[in-house]
Design a protein around this ligand. Sequence first.
Ligand SMILES: [Zn+2]
Length: 599
Amino acid sequence: MRQMRPPWLPLAVAGLGLTLSMGAWASVATADPPPPVAGALTSGDSLLPNQGNGGYDVRHYDIDLVYSPVTVAQPSGSIQATTTITAWADQPLSSFSFDFKGLEVESVTVDQVPAGHSRIEDPGQDLHKLVVTPAQPVSGQFTVAVSYFGQPEEYVLQVGFTMAEGWMANRDYTAWVNGQSVTYPADGGATGIGQPNGNMTWFPANLTPADKATFTTSLTVPDQYSAVGLGQLREKTPAQPGTTRWVWEESVATSAFLAVASIGQFTEHDGQVTVNGQTIPISAYGDPNLEALSPGGAEGVLELLEEILDWGTDQFGAYPASVAGYILAPVRAGWALEIFGKPFFARPIQDIVLVHEYVHMWAGDSVSVQDWRDLWLAEGFATYAEWLWQESQGGVSALAQAESIWTANLDESPLWVASVARPAVEQLWGIGSYTGGGLAFAALRAGLGDDVFGQLVRQWFATYAGANASTEDFIDLAQAVSGRDLSQWAQDWLYEPGRPAAWPDLTTYPPLPVVPAEPDPDPDPGSGSGSLPGGGAGVGSSGSNLPDTGAKLGLAGLALSASLVLAGLALMESGRRLRLVPVPSRAAPIRPRGPRHGL
Ligand SMILES: [Zn+2]
């Protein structure tokens, strides 16, 4: 949760005189608009500063793409596309940039007026930009339409290790079937995908996780192909003879690296499930050969998906995407990626990988990292949740599993080399973010107890649903919910590299000191009577829709009403406004489940 300051408070006490005098000057001067500036070529990310751009906030991407399948001359197929980006600039911009690599730009308009454009290519710095210079500076809402064409490329990210992403053709797939090697030939399709920046190979985007937007993805492909984008299928209509246009809509904002275009000769699975009172449309697309190689086939995967959604909504709260499904296509990348609502798999879908990617719908996709160094919040939680899932299936408990990993990995283990929450870029997708992050969550649960930790998890996903959050936001909320001083936990398990010396128990983390509250002029009989020290103004008094219930937990400038937390309500920062987010009280305890049907 970001620090909130009531609008009438100056930035700092020391600056009070200056602030007042500037205010007096401003009140007599004519309000000239500030001079236009060039939007930054950087997102300011601490680890991947060249991914993402500054000066504006994208609200919506409308990608309209026509695909011609793979041929010998066009090994990744070819595309002709127009991407229309609706964005907002707080201050006038004389120019701005998008992440964009390869392809030829045909035209750029800004608010329907032709605009200048140029490219910056610096592969050594992972810097690939389309710089747009509008005829007039833009301010407030503006719309940019970029038309482009060509053969989109695969991209190999090199950050201490290499990772294939970008636009990748479906490949021949070889598997052992009944003791024999069988090769299934490629189907001519392709997929545009990538974390952190592979999507720049097929549409211009602001590829920082901090800029979330809604998506319309229209894909026109030959009739024998399916074409899958983000969200729900809104239209599937004949286009040019022999082609079909598929229009997808995701109305929940998400980071641009979680968008996808996947084209192949897929089997389509539609339907809906109702879990914990929530009805979720199902939309899954898979290469039939890879589906058959998945445990239980497509039917087994879809059954498991329903089970995961039931378990996930029980443990973590409402399912956040507008649809649930998967995409299974044999591209070269060996990884799976948590595409919002439709995780992507390049290999037959294994149970625990489906669990991991689905937990990302909450951890990473709905509650997204603010900066890549916070990746442990997503990957660590998804790893912890794998252990939690195994526990729910009758396996060893998540805490026992985590403690045994801590016990077995002595000081010299590579597990402890990176700082979990302050990794170097080459450590970002390493064991520290995944297993180290998972251990940090498990250690916190061991120190807080199951009930408080479970409440924290649901509060976290409700408070930051659809938003971005940092490591420090998590620590603040964890302290607010638990009433414990977690600075030692943060030091041992998040910030300092090296093996923590002890596994926590319920006595490890001390309570935050309680100091008497100011007398409440309008006391609420249900409110508490103590408040906790900490800087900053209470959001309860600055947010007009929040009752002032007296007891406040003041943490790093954040003040949360203890009684609201206890009542299962959280404060959510949404832009500059605050709103209350109800969180259901303790969900049902983890239910042991029998073995899955068909496996
Ligand atoms: Zn993951």
